[in-house]
Design a protein around this ligand. Structure first.
Ligand code: PLP
Length: 451
């Protein structure tokens, strides 16, 4: 048996994979990733693979940055752990909170740490409900989110998310969480213009608020651009209308920036790209470029002032873990000082957009949407009618993903959309390679689908 086969057998015997467990790797076994550098992964068979997903949308700075390894090692030697409960604090958590307050827009000046996006959204759910209790409006407990949004996998964050497959397992959503339809024009827009559809979908928020009673609603949560739902870029009319509605009813707005944050949409935060004013932002992933597990809620002065007045019974052993904070700080320093975010916005972002959009000339591609370094294409059997494939949704996406895999390119599929979210440090040459491999994979998938 080859070393790869042995590892695959052990993996199959003992390792339960997130999400795809039981989804049938069949005879093939898992692909075993051994090293990575820049935008490139190595596997145990010696292949070099272009990672157009930055891991799970997180390795914004690229793989293999020694500075981050050094920051972790330094911090582990000095203070590997201490908690931030009971009026204790430590330098990395303090400095990271202060740095996030500086980077975050508006009056988002207060940071509650978690270890992941899921945990941070659980924090948000409890925080907004506590906020209204303390404001003397204890009936304001309902939270509105969107179908096909993704906010994490814990029971709280999974309930906020709108993934029906997840809700079917394990008793979600928990009470008090309500979902409205997403602004997904391509598949759901029918004959409406994108702008009209964006407005109509935003107005569903107002309808839901009125249905629940405006005085009963605590918050609306959404991703500036839905990521895991398929990189669904909302029509330009959508967010201004949502902002108008939350302002009108005084409802807190939570922007889930777990994917959009830290340069992915071209600005530091997707809220800046979409020109919205959240009361709370959820961050994780790009905060440490995935080098350490860390998430956070970044909270406005107004919300923090209320929460500061109560004993908020919430926290994680590793909230503000010193090693994770030290690594995140170093990551933010490099993203800033090396101009990685601004270069992604001004140089590689526009280049990637231009190249990515050329894929619309492919017979299988119905649309290509991209903002900054997150994009997706819709696969279709008929471009003119934006038709879905007959049979099970996701088959064409799966076939295309497999062809990408065979061509040493990681693209993800969500149903029949193909997604990219490459490291922000991707070069123009690497973008050319990405597009060339994507095109080859689409050709092969197209041929296979016609068999
Ligand atoms: N929110 C969004 C928008 C996400 O995309 C994700 C993960 O993909 C999460 C929250 C959950 O984050 P985590 O997987 O770190 O718990």
């Amino acid at each position: 048996n080859s070393p790869t086969a042995e590892l695959q057998a052990l993996d199959a015997a003992h390792h339960m994979h997130p999400f795809t467990h039981g989804a049938g790797l069949g005879e093939k076994g898992a692909r075993i990733i051994t090293r990575a550098e820049g935008c490139w992964l190595n596997d145990s068979d010696g292949n070099r693979i272009l990672d157009a997903m930055a891991g799970l949308w997180c390795v914004n700075i690229g793989y293999g940055r020694e500075e981050l390894a050094e920051a972790a090692a330094r911090q582990m030697r000095e203070l590997p752990f201490y908690n931030t409960f009971f009026q204790t604090s430590h330098v990395p958590a303090i400095n990271l909170a202060a740095r996030l307050a500086e980077l975050a827009p508006g009056d988002l000046n207060h940071v509650f740490f978690a270890n992941s996006g899921s945990e941070a959204n659980d924090t948000n759910l409890r925080m907004v409900r506590t906020y209204w209790q303390e404001k003397g409006q204890p009936q304001r407990q309902h939270v509105i989110s969107r179908w096909n949004g993704y906010h994490g996998s814990s029971v709280g964050s999974g309930s906020l998310g709108g993934m029906k497959g997840m809700h079917a397992q394990g008793g979600m959503p928990i009470p008090g969480i309500h979902h409205i339809d997403q602004p997904y024009w391509y598949l759901e827009g029918g004959n409406m213009s994108e702008d009209d559809f964006g407005l109509a979908r935003a107005q569903l928020l107002e309808e839901k608020i009125l249905e629940l009673g405006a005085d009963n609603v605590a918050a609306f949560i959404a991703e500036p651009i839905q990521g895991a739902g398929g990189v669904i870029v909302p029509p330009a009319t959508y967010w201004p209308e949502i902002q108008r509605i939350v302002d009108k009813y005084g409802i807190l707005l939570i922007a889930d920036e777990v994917i959009c944050g830290f340069g992915r949409t071209g600005e530091w935060f997707g809220s800046q790209t979409m020109n919205i004013r959240p009361d709370i932002m959820t961050v994780a992933k790009g905060l440490s470029s995935g080098y350490q597990p860390i998430g956070a809620s970044i909270v406005s002065d107004g919300v923090a002032k209320v929460i500061d007045g109560v004993e908020f019974n919430h926290g994680y052993t590793y909230s503000g873990h010193p090693v994770a904070c030290a690594v995140a700080l170093e990551n933010l320093r490099l993203l800033d000082e090396e101009g990685i975010v601004t270069r992604a916005r001004d140089e590689t972002g526009p280049y990637l957009k231009a190249q990515f959009e050329t894929l619309t000339d492919h017979p299988l591609v119905g649309e290509a949407k991209i903002v900054g370094h997150m994009g997706s294409i819709a696969l279709t059997p008929d471009k003119a009618s934006r038709a879905r494939f007959a049979g099970e949704a996701g088959t064409a996406g799966f076939i295309t993903r497999e062809r990408c895999f065979a061509n040493n390119l990681i693209m993800r599929h969500v149903g029949d959309r193909m997604i990219i979210s490459p490291p922000l440090v991707i070069s123009k040459e690497e973008i050319d390679t990405l597009i060339e491999r994507a095109r080859r994979s689409l050709d092969e998938a197209h041929a296979q689908l016609q068999e």
